[in-house]
Write a protein that binds this ligand. Sequence first.
Ligand SMILES: [Mg+2]
Length: 155
Amino acid sequence: MNAKWASGDWATPPHGEFGDKQLNLKAYRDFVGEVTSDTSDNLEAMIFRLKELEGEWHLNTPLLLTSAIGLSGEVGEFNEIVKKLIFHGKEMNAEVQDHMIKELGDIAWYFMNTCRAIGVDMDEVIEKNVDKLKKRYPGGEFDVYKSNNKAEGDI
Ligand SMILES: [Mg+2]
């Protein structure tokens, strides 16, 4: 680990009206670089790991990458609509609902591709989710305590 970061030299002493620290962005950049995995920072290491995963688990790693990144993007697009509805005063109407439906369709598309990438059926994913929730809420109703105090292994 970068000695400067570990010793706290990443920031100058507090100064100014609010006692703000001034970040040393070079030291922070070095720190971030040092704690980044080789597979994140090196193409050959990443390709080696992708091939390792394909061999071990028969994962379709190109499909896994595009679907995982795609899921995030599409969820972000959906959430952008929700943000504008709730916080920007956007009017809810048929056009907005249609947009939401289209984004949900994009999410479903990437969800299905994610299932394909890891070699599972979508029904299996949904069945496992229903089983998990039935165990968490045996009475069949949401429970705040049970939601905040999950049993070990309940993820
Ligand atoms: Mg979209």
